[in-house]
Design a protein around this ligand. Structure first.
Ligand SMILES: Nc1ncnc2c1ncn2[C@@H]1O[C@H](COP(=O)(O)OP(=O)(O)OP(=O)(O)O)[C@@H](O)[C@H]1O
Ligand SMILES: [Mg+2]
Length: 307
């Protein structure tokens, strides 16, 4: 037994000949927020639909709460709250009336659950406003209220901040954080907005073209990738040889003919500089740099950046 609330193994989904999710092995830990980050079309929704039993994988396994999902849907799914497609709310009913209908469908008897869910997302309880008069942000918050109304242990939220303005985004971010920190829920959230995932998630999975390229904690990602020393030199290949021979490190990247990044920032830059020069490599610039997460995303996906 481990602490994973969601664990997939080699999960694959094809539509026709197109492989939309390819052999992904996700690990979502208990009591944490996991951000699934990827560009449009990366396979985020497809992966989440499989986790919710809405679509069947072509191959691979899904374990949720330690149970294999296939065959245990009745046991597992009621413990999950999700926002994956816009729920079909009735335009001429209030938030409370809409939630009441869903509560009845789910057999929830306690109207306190509706009140608590609305309070949680900062929507008024006894409000006359009907759904069609709601702003996009309010609609999105109501959809999240619906996802949490039955007090699930796990939330799967597909792009919950989509279409919100910066204030709406900050609000949603803060109550998602509370759901985890105070409510003790485990949360899987997807987004194509890197900065949002960086602000919210404890763990990050980067998905691109259906493949899970990286999975690590935000902390690890920041520690591993953010700092390096950049040398502008007359010959980066020769500089690399010196790093290996004289400093015993292979922890560098040759960027261009005259640019090399030393990722091992604990090495003394001044001594490296002197050794380069002594061995005939001219150094015109030395910088201590910090990669942004966007740089990291580009490096991992080998492509263009993300918002
Ligand atoms: N029902 C379907 N039939 C055929 N192809 C599909 C279907 N659903 C998704 N796809 C394809 O699977 C790939 C992944 O789509 P998916 O919706 O999972 O991406 P996403 O990461 O959620 O993107 P977005 O950020 O735009 O929501 C896309 O190429 C998409 O066209
Ligand atoms: Mg999607």
């Amino acid at each position: 037994m481990n602490d994973y609330i969601i664990e997939t193994n080699d999960l694959t989904k094809k539509y026709g000949n197109q492989v939309c999710v390819s052999h992904i092995s996700l690990h979502v830990k208990k009591g944490r927020i996991y951000g699934l980050l990827g560009r449009n079309g990366a396979g985020k929704t497809t992966a989440m639909r499989m986790l919710l039993g809405l679509s069947r994988p072509n191959s691979g396994q899904i374990r949720i709460f330690g149970e294999t999902l296939a065959g245990n849907e009745n046991k597992v799914l009621p413990r999950i709250g999700s926002l994956i497609e816009s729920p079909g709310f009735y335009p001429n009913l209030t938030a409370e009336e809409n939630l009441r209908i869903f509560a009845e469908l789910r057999g929830l008897k306690n109207s306190k659950d509706i009140k608590t869910a609305l309070e949680l997302v900062n929507l008024p309880y006894r409000d006359k406003k009907i759904f069609s008069q709601y702003s996009l942000g309010m609609k999105q918050r109501l959809a999240i209220a619906l996802a949490v109304m039955h007090n699930p242990e796990l939330l799967i939220l597909d792009e919950p901040i989509n279409g919100l303005d910066p204030i709406g985004i900050a609000e949603v971010r803060s109550f998602i954080r509370e759901l985890c920190d105070i409510g003790g829920k485990t949360i899987l959230i997807s987004s194509h907005i890197l900065s949002e995932i960086a602000l919210l998630a404890d763990d990050i999975g980067i998905i691109d073209k259906g493949v899970l390229l990286e999975e690590e904690s935000l902390e690890e990602m920041e520690r591993k990738n953010r700092r390096y020393i950049r040398f502008i030199v007359s010959d980066s290949r020769k500089a690399a040889e010196i790093l290996e021979k004289d400093f015993g490190t292979g922890n560098y990247e040759i960027c261009e003919e005259n640019s090399i990044r030393l990722l091992d920032v604990d090495l003394p830059a001044a001594a490296v500089n002197r050794t380069f020069v002594r061995q005939g490599v001219d150094v015109s610039e030395v910088h201590l740099c910090e990669d942004t997460l966007e740089d990291y995303f580009k490096k991992v996906t080998g492509g263009e950046g993300i918002a």
